[in-house]
Design a protein around this ligand. Structure first.
Ligand SMILES: C[S@@+](CC[C@H](N)C(=O)[O-])C[C@H]1O[C@@H](n2cnc3c(N)ncnc32)[C@H](O)[C@@H]1O
Length: 187
C-alpha cells in the first residue's frame, strides 16, 4: 500500500519499517508533529496494529479525516508549550515522538525540551526529521540552528540518558533519532 506522504518517496517508510516492525504488536503510543495530508498517520496505523495502539498527530490545521479508530489528528502549534504538555498529559507518555513539523530551530527545540523528559517513555525514541535544513543557510533564517541543536543533543546525551543515537544525512532521509535509556551516565 502507498501513503500520501513524502516519507514514501524518500524511503523513510522503509527505514521506519525496518527499525520499528518489532513493535508492531505492542500497544504503542505515538505522537507525530506535522500531519500534512495525513499519509504518515495512516502508515503508522498500519505498522502499529495492536488494537490499543494510539497514533496522535498534531498540526496547525489538521486535515478532516476520516481516520481509523486508533488515529487522532489534533490542532495545535508545536511552539505552544502549554498545548504540547496538555497533549502529553491526555495521550502520553509516548513510545515514539516524531517531529516532522516546521523544521525551524526554535520550534524543534521547544518541542524537544517540552516532550523528551516528561512525555517519552524509557526505551522510547524521539526523531527529528529533516534536520539537514540547518545547512541551508540563506534559504530561511528560521532553519538556522537546526544543525547546532542536533549537535547540542549529542553533547548532552549522558545527561539526557540517551542509550542510542542514529543520525542520517541521506537526501530526503536526514533524520536524527534519540533513544531514551533508563538512567543518566557519566561521560
Ligand atoms: C512536512 S509536513 C508533514 C508531513 C507528514 N508528517 C508526512 O510525513 O506526511 C509539515 C507539516 O507541519 C505543519 N506545521 C508547520 N508548522 C507547524 C507548527 N508550528 N505547529 C504544528 N504544525 C506545524 C504544517 O502544517 C505541515 O502540515
Amino acid at each position: 500500500m502507498s501513503y500520501p506522504t513524502d516519507k514514501w518517496a524518500t524511503g523513510l517508510v522503509e527505514v521506519y519499517r525496518e527499525r520499528f516492525s518489532a513493535w508492531a504488536d505492542r500497544p504503542i503510543r505515538l505522537l507525530e508533529i506535522g500531519i500534512d495530508r495525513g499519509g504518515s498517520l495512516l502508515f503508522w496505523a498500519d505498522l502499529f496494529r495492536h488494537p490499543q495502539a494510539a497514533i496522535i498527530g498534531l498540526d496547525l490545521q489538521p486535515p478532516p479525516g476520516p481516520w481509523p479508530d486508533r488515529v487522532k489528528a489534533l490542532a495545535g502549534d508545536q511552539n505552544d508549550r502549554r498545548r504540547l504538555s496538555q497533549i502529553a498529559q491526555e495521550h502520553g507518555p509516548f513510545d515514539l515522538i516524531i517531529d516532522d513539523g516546521s523544521h525551524f530551530a526554535r520550534e524543534t527545540r521547544h518541542c524537544f525540551e517540552t516532550l523528551y523528559g516528561p512525555a517519552l517513555k524509557v526505551g522510547g525514541c524521539y526523531v527529528i526529521e529533516d534536520w539537514a535544513v540547518g545547512y541551508w543557510r540563506g534559504r530561511d533564517a528560521r532553519y538556522v540552528g537546526m544543525v547546532e541543536f542536533v549537535a547540542e543533543l549529542l553533547q548532552r546525551a549522558p545527561q539526557l540518558s540517551m542509550s542510542a543515537v542514529a543520525i542520517s544525512l541521506k537526501p530526503g532521509q536526514a533524520y536524527a533519532l534519540f533513544e531514551k535509556g533508563a538512567t543518566g551516565w557519566q561521560a
